[in-house]
Design a protein around this ligand. Structure first.
Ligand SMILES: O=P(O)(O)OC[C@H]1O[C@](O)(COP(=O)(O)O)[C@@H](O)[C@@H]1O
Length: 322
């Protein structure tokens, strides 16, 4: 009889997931700073797929490298795992190399990332942009609102935190499309941390007081939004996301994956619901994790794996013989 997913999440998957993200991170790390995004991504994809296919599970990729006709491996709908029809049926959202450009340029915060959930637990987000706002744990429910202006959100966060609006620090992707947002945040007096890429780490940074980042704002990839939500489900925090469609082709793609209300504002639990596991391994050093390091005889990795049901967060240091 096929195991239920929650049974699997209980027993095997939590630590197995680290093996999968470690494999992808190690593969990508051989190409850090080599200026070749595609090669680094391909290496991570292949390694992640091989590692997933060794596990006793009946997995379906719901967020992956793209649609079947554009991605040869880990495409949306691909079945992975060595126990098709027998093992626990789970949905998987993955990004074997989150921050391909970061990796190519040896910048901070490139990650190998994975989230798993029970069937239907993760939104099948199309590869479009998502307007995002996120804060870490400890705020009253509803403190952030995508229908409000950045200024109003900063005031609400500051009031809830008991500080002045100019003491709030926001993280934003450094893109021309964010010029207005950045100008408005600076008008309020906020510190704006501009990141070149990697908004999964940007969102997660709001949950760690050491980063000093209070809020993440702006448009990034929708699949990355779902991955970040899986992490927030485990450690706490709030997230609102609205899909952004630039043309009819993108609208069509969303409908194809069952999204009917194209203007909907999604809450954390609508993007990643039920029990879920989030795992990441650092490819390059960053605010969340150290990157892969190579020594004469070994490599080291740092990973985090967390589970929504228990709220357990495990930091895993790996030593791998060369
Ligand atoms: O680079 P764009 O088009 O602004 O898209 C933003 C998205 O790209 C990233 O910075 C990096 O994504 P990739 O790893 O696919 O290159 C994401 O973290 C972010 O959500």
């Amino acid at each position: 009889m096929q195991q239920t997913a929650s049974h699997a999440l209980d027993r095997v998957l939590v630590l197995e997931m680290v093996r999968v993200t470690e494999a992808a991170a190690i593969a990508a790390s051989t190409l850090v700073g080599r200026g070749d995004e595609k090669a680094a991504d391909a290496a991570a994809v292949e390694a992640m797929r091989d590692a997933l296919n060794k596990l006793y599970l009946d997995g379906t990729v719901v967020i992956g490298e793209g649609e079947r006709d554009e991605a040869p491996m880990l495409y949306i709908g691909e079945k992975v795992g060595a126990a098709q029809g027998k093992g626990p049926a789970i949905d998987i959202a993955l990004d074997p190399l989150e921050g391909t450009t970061i990796c190519a340029k040896a910048g901070p915060n490139a990650l190998a990332v994975l989230a798993v959930a029970e069937k239907g637990g993760l939104l099948n987000a199309p590869d479009v942009y998502m307007d995002k706002i996120a804060v870490g744990p400890g705020y009253p429910e509803g403190v952030i609102d995508l229908n409000k202006s950045p200024t109003e959100n900063v005031h609400a966060i500051a009031a809830a935190k008991g500080v002045q609006p100019h003491e709030i620090i926001a993280c934003v992707l450094d893109r021309p499309r964010h010029e207005k947002l950045i100008a408005e945040l600076r008008d309020v007096g906020c510190g704006v941390v501009l990141i070149g890429d990697g908004d999964v780490a940007g969102v997660i940074a709001t949950t760690d007081p050491e980063t000093t980042i209070d809020v993440y704002m702006g448009q990034g990839g929708a699949p990355e939004g779902v991955l970040a939500c899986a992490a927030l489900r485990c450690v706490g925090g709030q997230f609102k996301g609205r899909l952004i469609f630039r043309n009819d082709d993108e609208r069509q793609r969303a409908r194809k994956w069952g999204i009917e209300d194209l203007d909907k504002i999604y809450d954390l639990t609508e993007l990643a619901k039920g029990d879920c596991i989030f795992a990441a391994t650092g490819v390059t050093d960053g605010s969340l994790l150290e990157g892969v390091k190579r020594f004469a005889t070994k490599m080291t990795t740092e990973s985090v794996v967390m589970r929504a049901h228990s709220g357990t967060v495990r930091w895993v240091k790996g030593e791998h013989r060369l």
